[in-house]
Design a protein around this ligand. Sequence first.
Ligand SMILES: [Zn+2]
Length: 201
Amino acid sequence: MNLKTFVLGPLNTNCYVLWDGGEALVIDPGGDPSQVIEFLKRNNLSLKYIIATHGHFDHVLGVKSLKRVGGRFLMNLKDVDLMPLYYDWKELPPEPDDELSDGAELRIGSLTAMAISTPGHTMGSTSILVEQSLFTGDTLFKGTVGRYDLGGDRDSLRATLEKIKTMKVTDIFPGHGEKSTLRDEIVSNPFLNGVLGPDDW
Ligand SMILES: [Zn+2]
């Protein structure tokens, strides 16, 4: 898997570029995507998909500018109403071109990216599985998990974390902060290792 990470926007969102065979997919362009566009051009990559793991503004801020170089914008439609919230937009991002539904498979070159529904942080939150790497958005971070009070739901987040624990995943690429591994999170993340019980959060 070819992967390049950019940290974009006011909340330092991890924007991931994956590519294969001349085609690229961008996850969470959370700010001015100029560096991403330059990178795509320099490497002769055709942008096929722009994916938002969820609808919070800091994951979709750069969608409109990035779309000028091409690509279909995909997001779970449950999160469309979240996009205008929590930010003073000059111009809202475009509506998704397609639904990013659970199990959807996207091809870039010979790679397959699969959408996995992971509700909780928001009800439309979706993780992206590529080979054995999981791009978790704000669902799971190194050492912690995303909040559930900005359009999400705690019980759904708990169920999602249990589901992720059972997945055949090695690397975790979160929406903010450092990357991790699922193994490390299961051992040391208090939201996954049982240190925080059901009454604690
Ligand atoms: Zn978020």
